[in-house]
Design a protein around this ligand. Sequence first.
Ligand code: AMP
Ligand code: MG
Length: 485
Amino acid sequence: MATPVTVGLRLGIGAAPPSGAALAIAGERVPVQITAGPTTLRGEAVPGDTGVAVEGGLAVLLAGELHSGPGGAQLLLQTWQRYGPAALRLLQGRFAAVVLDGDRLTLATDHAGSVPLYVRAVEGGLQVATEAKAFAAGRSAALPGTAPVPGPAGVLRVRAGTAVTVPLGGGPAAAIRTWRPPEHREALPPDQAVTRVREALEAAVSSRIGDGDVTVVLSGGIDSSAVAALARRHARGTVTTVSLGTDAGDEFDAARLVADHLGTRHEELRVRSEDVVGALAWAVAATEIVDADVLEYLLPLVVLHRALPAGPRRVLTGYGADIPLGGMHRTERSLAPLDAVIAEDMATFDGLNEMSPVIGAVAGHWTTHPYWDRTLLDLLVRLDPGLKRREGIDKWVLRRAVADLLPEKTVRRPKLGIHEGSGTTSTWTAMLRAEGLPAELVAAAKGAMATAIHARVVGLGESPEGLDVGEVLRGTVAGKRLVAR
Ligand code: AMP
Ligand code: MG
């Protein structure tokens, strides 16, 4: 069974393709070579089944999928013929796109930048890839609508909700925004807000389940349980739910309660908590970030995807619901600070790569996150914070929106972060402390480990396979001068 979408690209446009490390994603490499007018675009798509559409002087390459309708790259091509770059403000999806239109090249991300896209402007053209490690060390000429990437790769990242157009014959490049997080709020009547959240979540899940089997990574919290319930309702194939636990903790009972209620095919996977921390090289290779807090959330998911039997799978998660709903701030009782953290988190998510498809694609799976569907996210961010915390209940509007689908206990269940439920945070801390590291240096040591691993797997293109995270941990404690944060 093929992965349903092209996940990764590596391309040279008027220049050689980037010559760094292999993309970390699994799957067949399909060569791409397109000539439009004077320009040749060549490289690879992984896997290559639906990601390319060409007509006359117009070529579209799509890593990811569109949710506005079927057809992938072909749909973008047809929409572009009618609207030009404004097509990128119209279509919704989880994608990075490269569009060659005559002598102009456009690089675009979806509204959330959920499929990272990296670029280097070189003599005569551009090098583009969906992973920074694909570039050998070097530098890029400046481009609007981009940001530099941490570490030694010397490449630029196309910002979230942005389309960058570069005239290949010379002349200034320009960037447009295709989406921005809303900054105003709407005080809808509570019943109406609940109905609209339900409708938008239902549409977000049904546009992501494809026409075959789906897997939902299920903690048994409200976010992933709601996704599982709606997947069960709309899927044409079998819905499998999977829950990850370790020796340091699990949420198996909560997930099992939901799975039994919904009648999903349910799997429990238990791994050693030290092996979750040991997957740090894979998490860094997949996300290409150095933020240890974010890596801590993502480590269990990387482990889960790699442990899933029989792939490739289409995987739905409940990831990201807490950002527009303020779920991480569940003990915050006043609405002003709750809304302030929501505004802050929505203004600063770009570049964290939390939703990068590479996180699942290192194991060949296609992951997708319904709460960051553009329509749903737009609605959730805009809602009056008094609908997010109401009657002393966090994420009130979401809980009410799916109350009819889930056990009452699930609807009422307080949030537990994946890094807490799986014991990832505490295990990583304990491993550092066991080497004699004082408690006040733990946060700095986690950051230093992430940076050291990033320099190797992204900067130097080393494979995460052979990288010994334990050795990095011991080296960090023994050798580095850490400063308490
Ligand atoms: P959380 O940090 O709990 O919001 O986790 C984000 C998402 O990761 C959830 O919505 C689930 O889809 C998934 N997830 C969290 N914990 C687990 C777990 N123990 N097993 C499987 N999936 C999980
Ligand atoms: Mg949770």
